[in-house]
Design a protein around this ligand. Structure first.
Ligand code: NAD
Length: 320
């Protein structure tokens, strides 16, 4: 088992990172948690404010591409591992301009790996099911599937995965990869599908849906996702990738309909807009390896989990 004693968590002010930070601090064996985050448009210090009273928690505003800073933090806090969640995470933004995606997602990961090597700590890379590209129905892709990214975002994440694996092969570093599927939960940025639908619906504005809306995603609650990341870090075999999926496939249109129904809004608000270029038709991964080797599986039922998240996001996104 890898030790969670002192963790450097990057991207902790973002959506998944802020839930992971809470779960880590709920563990008595975590003696220190250092969050390093650049606070881009996607990160918010407010996402972590409730953790400030915990003596074990430190927040550092900074960039994962800063090798001196990262190495210094690892040494100063005697870290036992890095959990890398820092990333540019929007497919739409990556299509408009891929620059930050290459420098943060690829070069940034390489910098973290270099620092991990210097200080000799374990490394978890948070990756995505998008690296596999679209999955043909009814297949669920396992970790041996071809890497076939479609967008600049997924290509940058796939490149980072390859850097992680090459680092193990070349330098013998202890690394693990978790490939998460589409995640829903509180504190997700407004630009993402579910908060966008809720925001527009609450204002009776047209709810934009790409193309026919028949694209399929596998949805996981952020609490299950964060638990999976901890399991992969603690128990994952070195240099192995683990799919963290929930076997919960829904179309984007189906997601919009569930939200509108719960908010008592008419489906006529749905507006089909021009599809995203290179839009993957279906993401579907098999989480079997994580079940067998880590005894992890997604446990929160979609119905109750999603209902609660719609309620919570509606509170924070309601018109003031
Ligand atoms: P997010 O966009 O909400 O958060 C990313 C965080 O990284 C932000 O707080 C941002 O400020 C920080 N960041 C960006 N560039 C940085 C840099 N150069 N240095 C330091 N910090 C930087 O993203 P998220 O949805 O929480 O995703 C977290 C991770 O999970 C990402 O690696 C993403 O690729 C992966 N992932 C997300 C999903 C999902 O559905 N949200 C699914 C699969 C994988």
């Amino acid at each position: 088992m890898r030790s969670l004693r002192s963790i450097l968590l990057t991207g902790g002010a973002g959506f998944i990172g802020s839930t992971l930070a809470r779960q880590l601090l709920a563990r008595p064996d975590v003696e220190q948690l250092v969050v390093l985050d650049r606070l881009t448009y996607a990160g918010s210090r407010a996402n972590l404010i409730t953790l400030d009273q915990d003596d074990r928690f430190r927040f550092v505003e900074g960039d994962i591409r800063d090798l001196g800073l990262v190495t210094n933090l690892l040494e100063k806090h005697h870290c036992s591992g890095i959990m890398n969640l820092a990333a540019e995470s929007s497919v739409d933004r990556s299509i408009k301009n891929h620059e930050d995606f290459i420098t943060t997602n690829v070069s940034g990961t390489a910098v973290l790996l270099q620092a991990a090597r210097t200080v000799d700590v374990s490394f978890l890379q948070c990756s995505t099911d998008e690296v596999y590209g679209s999955a043909l129905f009814p297949n669920q892709l396992d970790e041996s599937a071809k890497i076939r990214p479609s967008s600049p975002y997924s290509a940058s994440k796939a490149s980072a995965d390859l850097m992680v694996q090459a680092t193990h092969t070349t330098y013998g570093q202890d690394v693990v990869i978790a490939r998460c599927t589409n995640t829903y939960g509180p504190r997700q940025h407004l630009e993402k599908l579910i908060p966008t639908i809720i925001y527009h619906a609450l204002r009776d504005l047209p709810v934009p849906i790409y193309g026919t809306g028949q694209q399929i995603r596998d949805w996981i609650h952020v609490d299950d996702c964060a638990k999976g990341l901890i399991s992969v870090f603690e128990k994952g075999f070195s240099n192995r990738a683990y799919n963290l999926g929930a076997k919960c496939e829904r179309t984007n249109l189906g997601i919009a309909r569930v939200i509108l129904k719960q908010l008592h809004k008419p489906e006529s608000l749905i507006e089909h807009i021009q599809d995203r270029p290179g839009h993957d038709a279906r993401y579907a991964i098999s989480p079997r390896l994580a079940l067998i080797e880590l005894e992890w599986r997604a446990r929160i039922p979609f119905r109750s989990g999603f209902e609660a998240v719609i309620r919570e996001l509606s509170q924070s996104l309601r018109p003031s």
